[in-house]
Design a protein around this ligand. Structure first.
Ligand code: GLA
Length: 402
C-alpha cells in the first residue's frame, strides 16, 4: 500500500500535511502505531528516492532567510526539486523511452555542497550571466568596475551573484502546472552594479512536460541585466558518463568568436564549414578534437550562438537527443543568444548526487541569454535596463522520449 504519496509540493517543512484528507501534524505521529508513524515520516524520502534529495539537507537559515527545497510534480509524474538558495534546480526526474524516470541534471545532495564548491550547477545566474571584459562598463559617462573573478574578466554576476543568494519562495498553482515563484531584490551597488534591481523568476513544471522559466526585473537606475539558468544536463544518466554522444541542434547560422579569455571579438562569424555548425543533429563529441582556433580557446565548446529567430516571441532554438535513453529535450526561448558549454572544466573534483563523481564533459549547459560582454559591444542587442522599463525573458526546456 502506498501510504503517502501526498500533494508533496513542498518537501520541507512537511508539517502540517494532508494524508487522505486528514491533516496530521508531525508531533501528532506519536499517537499512531509506530509502524505507521515511521512509514509516514519516511514517505517523502520514499516518494523521491530516485532523486535522493533529503529535505533536511537543505533546511537552513542563511543571511537571516530560510532556505528549503520545493518539489514540483506535474500531472504526468515529472518531478523538479528546486531550492531557493540560488534558485538551483537540484533534480529533474524525466522518463526515458521505456517510461523509467531518471534524474537528468547534475548537482549535489546537500546545501552545504552547493555552498562549498559548485561550477554553477543548476542555478540562476545574474545580474549579468556570462562575461564582461575586464569587469568594466560605462553608463551615462560613469565607469563601473566589477570584481574580476575570471581571468581578469567578470563572470556570472560577480563574487556573490544571484546563484549564491537566498530568494524568497512562494508556491503558486497555475493552470499550466505547479510553479515556484522566486523573488530577489539586488541592492544598488551590490557586486558594484548600479541600481536596485527587483527580480522575479517563476519555475513552472508544466503538464506538457516542460520546465518553464519566466524572468522579470525592474530597476531604479540604468543598469545592465542578463539573467540565465545554468543546469548541466545529461539525458543519459544524470552525469555518470559523458555527454559526447548527445546529438545537438542549434538553429543558428552565426556565433560570436572569442579571444583567449572567452570575450567576444565583436565579429558575428558564419558557422558554415566549422565545428560550430549544429543546424543538423550532430553528436557533441564528433568535432571536439578539431584544430579550429575557437575550439582551442574554449577548450571545447564554450561559446555563444547567434540564434536564427523569426521574431521576439518564444521560439524553438535548440534540441538535444540522447540515443540510448531516447530522451529528447527541446529549448525554446525569447532570447537572441545561446551559450553552449560542454562541461570542459568538469574534471572529477565534484562528487555529486548519490556519490557520482562528475568527470570531464559529463554535463552540458544551454544558457539562453543576450550575448556575452554586450555592455561593451554597442552593436550587440542591448542589455541595458532603464527605470520604467521591464526586463523579461522566458525559456522552456521541453522533455519527451523517442
Ligand atoms: C559558463 C561559462 C563557462 C564556465 C561555466 C561554469 O558556461 O561560459 O566558461 O564558466 O559557465 O563553469
Amino acid at each position: 500500500m502506498e501510504l503517502a504519496v501526498l500533494d508533496a509540493t513542498l518537501l520541507y517543512p512537511p508539517t502540517p500535511r494532508k494524508v487522505n484528507a486528514m491533516t496530521i501534524p508531525r508531533d501528532g505521529l506519536a499517537v499512531l502505531g509506530p509502524a505507521l508513524a515511521f512509514a509516514l515520516l519516511m514517505s517523502d524520502y520514499v516518494s523521491n528516492s530516485q532523486a535522493q534529495i533529503k529535505p533536511e539537507a537543505f533546511h537552513r537559515t542563511i543571511d537571516g532567510s530560510q532556505v528549503d527545497v520545493y518539489m514540483l510534480k506535474n500531472a504526468n509524474g515529472l518531478e523538479a526539486t528546486i531550492t531557493n538558495y540560488g534558485g538551483i534546480v537540484v533534480s529533474l526526474m524525466v522518463p526515458d523511452k521505456n517510461g523509467k524516470p531518471g534524474d537528468v541534471v547534475l548537482g549535489y545532495d546537500t546545501l552545504n555542497d552547493y555552498i562549498g564548491n559548485t561550477p554553477y550547477f543548476g542555478c540562476l545566474v545574474g545580474r549579468y550571466g556570462n562575461r564582461i571584459a575586464k569587469g568594466r562598463f560605462t553608463i551615462d559617462g560613469v565607469v563601473y568596475q566589477l570584481a574580476q573573478n575570471n581571468l581578469g574578466n567578470a563572470l556570472h554576476g560577480g563574487l556573490k551573484g544571484f546563484d549564491k543568494v537566498v530568494w524568497q519562495a512562494e508556491k503558486v498553482d497555475s493552470s499550466d502546472g505547479p510553479a515556484l515563484k522566486l523573488t530577489y531584490t539586488s541592492k544598488d551597488g551590490e557586486e558594484d552594479y548600479p541600481g536596485t534591481l527587483r527580480c522575479t523568476v517563476t519555475y513552472t513544471l508544466t503538464n506538457k512536460n516542460e520546465l518553464k522559466i519566466e524572468y522579470s526585473a525592474e530597476t531604479d537606475k540604468p543598469t545592465f541585466v542578463n539573467l540565465t539558468h545554468h543546469s548541466y544536463f545529461n539525458l543519459k544518466d544524470g552525469g555518470a558518463s559523458d555527454i559526447l554522444g548527445h546529438e545537438l541542434v542549434i538553429k543558428a547560422s552565426r556565433f560570436t568568436p572569442v579571444d583567449k579569455g572567452l570575450i567576444p571579438t565583436g565579429e558575428l562569424r558564419s558557422v558554415a564549414g566549422t565545428p560550430f555548425d549544429f543546424n543538423k543533429p550532430t553528436a557533441i563529441g564528433v568535432r571536439l578534437a578539431s584544430e579550429d582556433e575557437q575550439m582551442q580557446f574554449g577548450t571545447g565548446y564554450d561559446h555563444n550562438w547567434v540564434l536564427d529567430r523569426q521574431g521576439k516571441d518564444l521560439e524553438l532554438v535548440a534540441s538535444v537527443y540522447e540515443p540510448t535513453s531516447g530522451r529528447f529535450m527541446e529549448v525554446l526561448t525569447t532570447e537572441p543568444g545561446l551559450q553552449f558549454y560542454c562541461g570542459n572544466f568538469l574534471n572529477g573534483t565534484n562528487k555529486g548526487k548519490g556519490g557520482t563523481v562528475y568527470q570531464h564533459r559529463t554535463g552540458l549547459c544551454l544558457e539562453t541569454q543576450h550575448f556575452p560582454d554586450s555592455p561593451n559591444h554597442p552593436d550587440f542587442p542591448s542589455t541595458e535596463l532603464k527605470p520604467g522599463e521591464k526586463y523579461t525573458q522566458t525559456t522552456v526546456y521541453r522533455f519527451s522520449a523517442k
